[in-house]
Unconditional design. Structure first.
Length: 165
């Protein structure tokens, strides 16, 4: 398993990947180095495409990631994460809508838990899910980071992203 960090406008991200793909993105915090496990190698061998695409995303030049992803999780969590990548850049949906989209309309709490367990934030855009009232709700990187990501996407989204349908 390889890891490295990437300095971004929201702070230093910890990235983890292996030959199967990107496994984890960790938001900046004081204990970030504590997340590094024994046996991991500081190397960009498997991280090049992720770093390039994240840099382009933060520059406002990339709206959809094209990476090999190797997140680990239950079948339910993977279903939720698969649906997250379908939320268009610059747009948001509610947890209830996400539950409806995976055909489990009564599972909004479980969807919220799966969203919170997403090991690949930004790339699998859990920040695009908000409360039914339109308010920002829990986010592993903190609500200011979630707000920054949403505003960043709205600044760089094509005008058609907000057209009435």
């Amino acid at each position: 398993m390889d890891y490295d960090t990437l300095q971004t406008p929201i702070g230093r991200l910890l990235l983890v990947a292996d030959e199967e793909g990107l496994r984890h993105i960790d938001f900046p915090n004081a204990d970030q180095d504590a997340c590094i496990q024994a046996g991991w190698n500081r190397s960009r061998r498997f991280l090049g495409p992720a770093i390039e695409q994240l840099e382009a995303y933060f520059a406002g030049d990339l709206q959809a990631f094209d990476l090999a992803l190797a997140a680990r999780g239950t079948a339910f969590r993977k279903t939720v994460w698969d649906e997250l990548v379908r939320i268009p850049y610059g747009q948001t949906i509610s947890y209830g809508e996400l539950a409806r989209r995976i055909r489990q309309p009564q599972a909004s709490r479980a969807v919220g838990a799966a969203n919170g367990a997403n090991p690949l934030p930004i790339v699998v855009p859990c920040h695009r899910v908000i409360g039914t009232s339109g308010k920002l709700t829990g986010f592993g990187g903190g609500l200011p980071t979630k707000q920054w990501l949403l505003e960043h996407e709205r600044r760089h989204a094509p005008p058609a992203a907000f057209a009435l349908q």
